[in-house]
Design a protein around this ligand. Structure first.
Ligand SMILES: [Zn+2]
Ligand SMILES: [Zn+2]
Ligand SMILES: [Zn+2]
Length: 209
């Protein structure tokens, strides 16, 4: 009988590798949700954030004279880490390790009982660092979003209160006008009655004459 498969969240979003043995999975924030990637896929997805030769994760943009850009992908390497055959790195011909070899892999999962070599350890640290930065950026963004929503909610509440206040004053004004009209109506009726009486009197006088 086959062992039950691990749930989908414990497999790499790109290659489907499962978190087991020497395979590590890292979380990356993606459009307000979190996705899991194996070490190799995470680094291949994030070219440009680390040097593909010494695996240092960049905390700021390298100035042009310190970096070399890959001809084929967004990878950026330290100029000092790249040595061409002539000993001098050339900006016009640099291809990162992943673009130079289609079978290239940043991280090879360990076999049972195999120790982690220093290069794999550095690769693993770089992937963990990129993952941590992505998650903390997402946390900061969602905090900012929550604060903005709270401010919008407070502003909306204020507007609603103002609208209610102006509605109340309009209703009060209308009531006042209605009262005034009701008070004026009896006077008008009285005037109209007086006019009618005068007319009747005139008619009587004419009839008598
Ligand atoms: Zn993968
Ligand atoms: Zn480097
Ligand atoms: Zn490349």
């Amino acid at each position: 009988m086959n062992p039950p498969l691990p749930p989908p969240s414990s497999s790499c979003n790109t290659c489907g590798a499962f978190m087991r043995g020497g395979t590590f999975l890292h979380s990356l924030s993606y459009q307000a949700s979190s996705r899991r990637y194996c070490t190799d896929c995470l680094l291949k997805k994030n070219h440009g954030l680390f040097c593909p030769i010494c695996f240092q994760v960049y905390d700021r943009t390298l100035s042009p004279h310190l970096r070399l850009l890959c001809l084929r992908c967004p990878a950026i390497a330290h100029r000092s880490c790249v040595t061409s055959d002539s000993g001098r790195p050339s900006a016009s011909s640099f291809k990162c390790p992943a673009c130079s070899d289609p079978n290239f892999s940043y991280f090879r999962p360990r076999r049972e009982g195999e120790e982690l070599d220093p290069k794999s350890a550095m690769v693993l640290v770089a992937a963990a660092q990129i993952s941590a930065e992505s998650l903390s950026k997402a946390a900061a963004a969602s905090r900012l979003y929550a604060e903005r929503r709270a401010m919008e909610a407070a502003a909306a509440k204020n507007k609603a209160r103002e609208a209610l206040e102006s509605l109340e004053s309009i209703v009060a004004l209308e009531n006042e006008e209605q009262k005034q009209q009701q008070q004026q109506q009896p006077k008008k009726k009285q005037k109209q009655k007086k006019k009618k009486k005068k007319k009747k009197k005139k008619k009587k006088k004419r009839n008598v004459a």
